[in-house]
Design a binder for this molecule. Structure first.
Ligand SMILES: Cc1ncc(COP(=O)(O)O)c(C=O)c1O
Length: 376
């Protein structure tokens, strides 16, 4: 099997599965219970939180465990906008964001907020001058991701933060789901950040919301006082601990994974660029080496993905959350491509442990399928 769909979900590390299974069996208390088992569970929970803060290098953030980046994005954006509405009703994001960001902003428009969706250049980038031009006196929140999940464009968060700092009434939030463990992240420049466990060798339905100390959010669900009332509901301690394990392993291998992903991505880019008659490269040359997006020019992407699957080569057409919806890639559309392109993209995404040999096998299979499928 060749698995090039890590941006959709990564294989959990065996240590993560073991942590989860062991704790599910041996740590049965509710961390909010006032008995000995509850206290023990709470100690594990707080230890996981501390370990995560330490391996991300955070000193000034409160961390909340959530059901994944989708929930964290909802918590952060809805929570910040609603709590700070009196200070302003303008919000800023980009057309390149994940559905769990864009669709939250669409909801806020229904509540009376005005939202500016910054366009993307053909390489997926957003110049910081454009950001600056669009911040006004009523702006309270800017949300821009770290790495684009479909085309791999890396966003200069530090540069954006230095623009945003000129407007003290504006908070900066970043969806770091595809960035953590892949690029360097300037946490100190952010007010809010989100991530997902299953993109870093962890388990599904687990994520994190980081909130700079002193920033207040309105909760979006209501219940008991767990997670300081920001995210009520009994915390799944084994899941929280398994996220700490995943991050420890994923981050400690960042350099090595980057090197391997870069070698594979350089090899694939060279091969795909050599197939000019058949393939159009979408990802910019300086993109994150873990994601590569291209368009087959004479074959339907969905047919190609299925044919590759039959050979046990797994890739995707676009963001897994949207790939079953019609309408093509909204990111590639925002980059200015026409429908025949944005409706036909293929995304390869890597873990960073793949060998070049897998790339060679992929190219071999791709060449042969492009020939066969064109004939049909
Ligand atoms: C950039 C980005 N944000 C958010 C999400 C949603 O993550 P989750 O599956 O944890 O809800 C994804 C998942 O693909 C993503 O790529």
């Amino acid at each position: 099997m060749i698995y090039f769909d890590n941006a959709a979900t990564s294989k959990p590390y065996p240590e993560v599965v073991k942590t989860y299974a062991d704790l599910c069996t041996n740590l049965i208390g509710n961390p909010s219970s006032a008995n000995g088992l509850g206290t023990k569970a709470d100690e594990y929970l707080e230890k996981a939180r501390k370990q995560i803060a330490s391996c991300l290098g955070l000193t000034d953030f409160d961390l909340f465990f959530t059901s994944g980046a989708t929930e964290s994005n909802n918590d952060a954006i809805l929570g910040y906008a609603r709590r700070h509405k009196k200070e302003g009703t303008h919000l800023l994001t980009s057309l390149g964001e994940h559905a769990s960001v864009i669709n939250v902003f669409k909801e806020l428009e229904k509540e009376g907020f005005s939202v500016t969706y910054l366009p993307l250049a053909t390489d997926g980038k957003i110049p910081s001058s454009l950001l600056k031009e669009n911040i006004g006196p009523k702006t309270i929140l800017v949300s821009l991701m770290g790495v684009n999940n479909e085309v791999g464009t890396i966003y200069p968060l530090e540069e954006y933060a230095s623009v945003i700092k000129q407007f003290p009434h504006v908070a900066f939030m970043s969806d770091l789901t595809q960035a953590i463990g892949k690029v360097q992240i300037p946490y100190n420049c952010l007010d809010l950040f989100t991530m997902s466990s299953h993109k870093v060798g962890g388990l599904k339905s687990s994520g994190l919301l980081g909130v700079r100390k002193g920033i207040s959010l309105e909760p979006i669900i209501f219940g008991g006082g767990q997670e300081e009332g920001e995210r009520p509901g009994t915390v799944n301690v084994p899941l929280a601990c398994s996220l700490a394990t995943a991050l420890r392993i994923y981050l400690s291998s960042q350099e090595k994974r980057n090197e391997k992903a870069k070698a594979l991505s350089d090899y694939l880019r060279k091969e795909l660029l050599g197939m000019k008659e058949e393939i159009m490269m979408i990802s910019p040359e300086d993109c994150c080496p873990f994601i590569m997006n291209f368009v087959p020019l004479h074959v339907k992407a969905s047919v190609l993905v299925e044919a590759l699957s039959a050979k046990e080569i797994y890739v995707s057409t676009r963001s897994a959350c949207s790939s079953k919806k019609k309408g093509g890639s909204s990111v590639i559309k925002a980059m200015g491509y026409n429908e025949s392109i944005y409706d036909n993209a293929i995304r390869l995404s890597f873990e960073g442990d793949e060998e070049i040999q897998e790339g060679k096998e992929f190219i071999l299979a791709l060449r042969s399928l492009l020939k066969d499928l064109k004939r049909i």
